[in-house]
Design a protein around this ligand. Structure first.
Ligand SMILES: Cc1cc2nc3c(=O)[nH]c(=O)nc-3n(C[C@H](O)[C@H](O)[C@H](O)COP(=O)(O)OP(=O)(O)OC[C@H]3O[C@@H](n4cnc5c(N)ncnc54)[C@H](O)[C@@H]3O)c2cc1C
Length: 419
């Protein structure tokens, strides 16, 4: 009788989860390791950051998701290195052997070498960053209400979002709705509708991956919502005082960074070629060059698509890669071959506030409220894929559509407005 093989999966994001789900109940032992105890639905992070949803509505304990899968063990811990030839992963002073290794560690916020901007301009990649942004946004209104100084009030009510991709567009739209609708009647000494929301993008259009007419529609929609969209303007400095956009310095206590991501660590761990964003360049079966039992998937991998494109860093791509690699491992164990990974791109979508979205389904374009509903249904479908029974979904849709005020709580040790 042959010994059961151990598959170690590092990262319980979309990619790692889909490997573990497909291997659950199969004749292998799966060890799923993540430095966090939860799987996070990153596409809805901006709604936590803008106080539309609470963290528990977009994150679930990994352990509970696999509680009925006897062959899947979950470990909370940070992997710090790999011994490829010894087939071991390293986490601090502990080591664990593997037969197959799947690296699905995702990406982190990149400040393009200006890491000192992080203090003044948080990124949006995890729950603590989202709740930090939420606290900053809500405190800004509270402090402005308390302030006697007009310049300080202006600085507090200037909101700058850097980066005009989907996250920047979603953040700017959601902040505009927070200021101009949700909070509009809650203050007496300030009018939250006076908030300036600036969206700065260095390129010539918003949503670079979308067709021009959808980018134009997005820009006009945001402008109608009161967002000042600045295209072709580089952000050259960010401090706690504000941001320099093109030739203007905008005093702001609220700068949010939505401009880029990079993959840390894997270049050092694997000593294999990576692209400019640190993503490991993998083989056509998503394996690490020279190691057919080690795979890199999701945002951490540079995967060729067609002749000259790379697979985008989006959730459906990560899930497809996860499923493929689980199938590949099962094929290897059966002594079967597997065709190369083939990415299937359904399209691009982005929301602009609560009522509008843009969708490009490989050339078939939809915009406005219909696109928003399709966006909503697509996310519900994805969420159901992770865990949730129908009732949880109904609660989620309800709380999103009808604004749950509980998500607007300011918490944490520094959650007090200075008089
Ligand atoms: C704000 C935001 C909005 C987005 N919106 C969309 C959207 O609308 N649609 C869409 O399709 N995609 C969207 N994306 C992109 C999408 O979320 C990613 O493409 C997807 O999460 C990638 O999945 P992944 O499994 O590769 O990485 P991740 O989901 O990032 O998961 C990586 C996991 O690895 C863990 N990890 C990392 N390093 C270690 C380590 N050393 N040891 C242990 N664990 C580790 C992390 O804790 C994490 O759980 C968005 C991303 C962000 C940040």
């Amino acid at each position: 009788m042959s010994e059961r093989k151990r598959v170690v999966v590092v990262g319980a994001g979309f990619a790692g989860m889909s490997v573990a789900k497909k291997l659950a109940g199969k004749d292998v032992d799966v060890v799923l390791i993540d430095k966090r105890n939860h799987h996070l639905f990153q596409p809805l992070l901006y709604q936590v950051a803008t106080a539309d949803l609470s963290p528990a509505e977009i994150a679930w304990p990994v352990r509970s998701i696999f509680s009925r899968s006897a062959n899947v063990s979950v470990f909370m811990g940070e992997v710090t290195g790999i011994d490829l030839d010894g087939k071991r992963i390293i986490g601090g002073d502990r080591e664990l052997g593997y037969d197959f290794l799947v690296l699905a560690t995702g990406a982190v916020t990149s400040y393009f070498g200006k890491n000192h901007w992080a203090r003044a301009a948080p990124g949006l990649k995890n729950i603590s960053e989202a709740t930090d942004i939420r606290k900053r946004l809500l405190l800004a209104f509270e402090r402005a209400e308390n302030s006697e100084d007009e310049a300080e009030k202006r600085k507090l009510l200037n909101f700058v979002v850097v980066g005009g991709g989907p996250t920047g567009v979603e953040m700017a739209g959601a902040i505009a709705e927070l200021a101009k609708q949700a909070l509009s009647h809650d203050f007496r000494r300030i009018d939250p509708r006076d908030a300036n929301i600036i969206l700065a993008e260095g390129g010539p259009k918003l949503l670079a991956a979308f067709p021009d007419d959808l980018s134009d529609y997005t820009q006009k929609s945001l402008e109608t919502m009161g967002v000042d969209v600045r295209l072709g303007q580089q952000v050259s400095d960010i401090t706690v005082e504000g941001a320099k956009i093109g030739d203007d310095f905008i005093p702001s206590a609220n700068v949010i960074w939505a401009a880029g991501v990079e993959v840390p660590d894997l270049k050092d761990w694997t000593e294999k070629p990576v692209d400019r964003g640190g993503r490991v360049i993998v083989e056509s079966d998503l394996s690490l060059p020279g190691y057919d039992n080690v795979f890199v998937i999701g945002d951490a991998a540079h995967v060729k698509w067609g002749n000259d494109q790379t697979v985008p860093g989006i959730a459906p791509a990560a899930k497809q890669q996860g499923k493929y690699v689980a199938g590949r491992i099962l094929d290897v164990l059966k002594g079967q071959s597997t065709p190369p990974f083939k990415y299937s791109h359904a399209g691009n979508l982005a929301t602009i506030g609560r009522h509008r979205a843009v969708i490009d389904l490989n050339g078939f374009k939809i915009k406005g409220w219909l696109a928003w509903w399709i966006w909503g249904l697509a996310h519900i479908y994805f969420l159901i894929g992770i865990r949730a029974p129908a009732l949880v979904m109904v609660q989620w849709v309800w709380s999103y559509l009808f604004r749950k005020k509980g998500a607007r709580l300011i918490t944490g040790s520094d959650a007090q407005s200075k008089p």
